[in-house]
Design a protein around this ligand. Structure first.
Ligand SMILES: Cc1cc2nc3c(=O)[nH]c(=O)nc-3n(C[C@H](O)[C@H](O)[C@H](O)COP(=O)(O)O)c2cc1C
Length: 141
């Protein structure tokens, strides 16, 4: 059974909705899934997973959350990530997904393999929820 960890940051709940949908998709596909806010997550949650999903709002001038998520991810800058598959998800107010481009570059720099991503404007639409669920299924493959 595939082991998946979903780790995210969310202040007002938009990113959390996406996280929950990815969780449902991965569960439906039969994976063993853990979902945590970043301040509850440990290094082990990342190292022990076969595949990962990381989520963030756009913050700090069109970037991922620099207070909690960026420092958490920095722990993996020099670990052996061996192109472990990751899905990235998040929500922005006005940057039209610019933060997501930076997020993808960062994860590729850290030697993860980004296999899918979704960036939504504020709260996700029905279509975007559906896509998030599909991304969960993709992680479980
Ligand atoms: C303090 C703060 C800073 C923000 N900075 C940005 C930003 O730089 N660029 C942007 O597009 N949206 C920005 N936003 C909007 C959020 O990214 C957006 O509302 C998102 O949906 C929040 O996700 P959440 O509900 O999961 O916290 C900011 C919001 C807050 C509260």
């Amino acid at each position: 059974m595939k082991k998946i960890s979903i780790i995210y940051s969310s202040q007002s709940g938009n990113v959390e909705v996406l996280a929950n949908e990815i969780y449902e998709g991965a569960k439906e596909a039969g994976a063993d899934v853990t979902i945590k806010l970043v301040h509850e997550a440990s290094k082990e949650d990342v190292l022990s997973a076969d595949a990962l999903a990381f989520g963030s709002p756009s913050k700090n001038n069109n970037n991922i959350d620099q207070e909690d998520l960026a420092p958490f991810l920095k722990q993996f800058e020099l670990t052996l990530n061996e192109n472990k598959p990751v899905v990235l998800f998040g929500s922005y107010g006005w940057d039209n997904g610019e933060f997501m481009e930076k997020f993808k570059d960062l994860m590729n720099d850290y030697s993860f393999k980004v296999i899918g991503d979704i960036a939504v404007n504020e709260a996700p639409s029905k279509e975007e929820l559906k896509k998030s669920r599909e991304l969960g299924k993709l992680l479980a493959k």
